[in-house]
Write a protein that binds this ligand. Structure first.
Ligand code: 4NP
Length: 183
């Protein structure tokens, strides 16, 4: 089974998607440990350009640090159409990001006369947490506890997603992004 590439997407790429990336990276590519064999590239970005070039919000970084994730670094960037060909899984944090990405994907399929399976799949990351349709609320304008809630969600969604990938890898002849998969 080929390793898969995963892109996390929110609006600004300074609060939620870097938190998701930091958690996912910590669990799959720890600095001092073996890397997860099913995970290739990991990145995050925003559907908006408000914070391009900025470091993650200090509350995202301190929440990660409080949970032992101290090596994560990122600079915000905006989603690009070629992300659909670079990444197998494009994980939206909320329904607005999801709708935006679904629209961009439809346009990319039409304009480039591309087959559906040639582009990465757009999904709600929260669908892997055990409750379908669970969104990560934007914590930017709120208090610090919004970041702690988001952290707990990222851990739960990461475990759920990795569990499904591992089940697929264990199933004979199934590819992580193949037609027969549950994803
Ligand atoms: P994020 O949060 O999408 O989780 O990075 C936001 C950060 C900044 C803004 C919006 C959302 N903003 O409008 O500046």
């Amino acid at each position: 089974m080929e390793p898969v590439s995963v892109l996390f997407v929110c609006l600004g790429n300074i609060c939620r998607s870097p938190m998701a990336e930091g958690v996912f990276q910590h669990f799959t590519k720890p600095k001092n440990g073996p890397h997860h064999p099913l995970i290739a590239r990991i990145d995050s970005c925003g559907t908006g350009a408000y914070h391009v070039g900025d470091a993650p919000d200090s509350r995202t970084m301190s929440t990660l640090e409080d949970n032992g994730i101290t090596t994560y670094k990122h600079k915000a960037r905006k989603f690009q159409i070629n992300d659909f060909t670079t990444f197998d899984y494009i994980m939206a944090m909320d329904e607005d990001n999801l709708d935006h990405l679904v629209r961009l994907r439809k346009r990319a399929l039409k304009q480039n006369n591309t087959q559906d399976q040639e582009l990465g799949r757009v999904m709600l990351f929260g669908d892997f947490g055990g409750k379908e349709g669970e969104e990560v609320m934007d914590p930017y304008y709120g208090a610090r506890d919004g970041f702690e809630i988001a952290y707990e969600q990222m851990v739960r969604f990461t475990n759920g997603f990795l569990g499904i990938l591992e089940e697929q890898a264990a199933a004979t002849g199934q590819q992580p992004n193949g037609e027969k998969s549950g994803l």
